[in-house]
Design a protein around this ligand. Structure first.
Ligand code: FMN
Ligand code: SF4
Ligand code: SF4
Length: 294
């Protein structure tokens, strides 16, 4: 494929998808492809797509998050413009995640785009069950290797499309309930007296859903449960009034993992690091990278 420019359009909650976008940017640039980046944060002006549009999003409840669906509604129709769809999850390409790109692809195709490649990437999980430091670092090491392979295949003109499991198609429809739940979740967020009024959460929220007026936090209806304010508050002063189980008690900070990973010299085997059955998809991802011993 003759690509000279690419636009990476992405939504990110806690930075995992932004990391994957960074890695794609570096990989494209190594191949002398000009890269433009557009984060779907707040109001987004119309963007050009270059020769290739790469759409990236975190998996939320086996589907794409609401900001992606909203953006897709607004994009202009196109005649066969090539698109790559990248989902980023904590679980990997296992059931019930396999249909998470389905509605996004359907929307793009309805508007005349040509989805040439789809792929699940893995990042450390920010939700329900956290990963330990060595597993998180292994994932961060594996990602550039996998992205380089994906970019090489795209450049060679290879097409890669997957067939979701039937049961996962149903799961991804149930994922719409999570979109409705966001509004409720957001309005139930609580601020403790640890808050020092720094205003950082207002800055952080990708949905402009937090306003601090006269020292009081007002949460609007546009929350998408991205957890960015909860993990990003320097005082850990924001807690959910509903759905506490979703939030990792130890917090979530990818920068911390990145800072520490340079000091990790010995990694466990993949089979040891992913011995829990819930980590099957992560295991496959690490095996695919060929970076670690099985
Ligand atoms: C509300 C919510 C729902 C999620 N649902 C799933 C899911 O269905 N499957 C999965 O593998 N990971 C799920 N995750 C984990 C995220 O997809 C994963 O941590 C991702 O890397 C987050 O990307 P981000 O840091 O760009 O927000 C969910 C996370 C959140 C916050
Ligand atoms: S980021 Fe935390 S400490 Fe700062 S204003 Fe928001 S809740 Fe308060
Ligand atoms: S209010 Fe918090 S959880 Fe909701 S969208 Fe904003 S940053 Fe994310």
């Amino acid at each position: 494929m003759n690509i000279k420019s690419a636009n990476l359009v992405y939504f990110t909650g806690t930075g995992g998808t932004a990391r994957v976008a960074d890695v794609f940017e570096r990989s494209f640039m190594k191949k002398s492809i000009a890269v433009q980046r557009t984060e779907l944060k707040g109001t987004v002006a119309p963007v050009g797509y270059g020769d290739l549009l790469v759409l990236l999003f975190p998996v939320y409840a086996f589907n794409a998050p609401k900001p992606i669906a909203e953006w897709l509604k607004k994009i202009q129709p196109a005649q066969g413009h090539p698109v790559v769809v990248i989902s980023v999850s904590g679980g990997g390409e296992i059931s019930p995640n396999t249909a998470c790109r389905m509605s996004t692809i359907r929307h793009l195709e309805k508007k005349g785009y040509d989805v040439v490649f789809e792929k699940m990437m893995v990042m450390p999980s920010n939700f329900l069950i956290g990963f330990d430091e060595s597993l998180s670092a292994m994932i961060l090491h594996a990602t550039p290797v996998i992205v380089d392979k994906v970019v090489a295949e795209i450049m060679e003109g290879k097409r890669h499309r997957t067939e979701p499991y039937g049961i996962d198609r149903i799961a991804s429809k149930l994922g719409y309930l999570e979109r409705l739940g966001g509004s409720f979740f957001g309005r139930q967020l609580k601020i403790s007296d640890k808050c020092v009024d720094c205003g950082w959460c207002e800055e952080l929220c990708p949905r402009d859903n937090i306003k601090i007026i006269d020292g009081k936090h007002i949460f609007g209806k546009d929350c998408v449960i991205c957890l960015r304010c909860i993990y990003g508050c320097p005082q850990r002063a924001i807690t959910p009034g509903f759905g506490k189980f979703m939030v990792l008690p130890t917090g979530f900070d990818l920068k911390k993992v990145e800072n520490r990973m340079d000091h990790l010299t010995v990694y466990p085997r993949i089979s040891q690091a992913t011995s829990q059955s819930s980590l099957r998809g992560v295991r496959d991802y690490l095996i695919e990278s060929n970076c670690f011993e099985l």
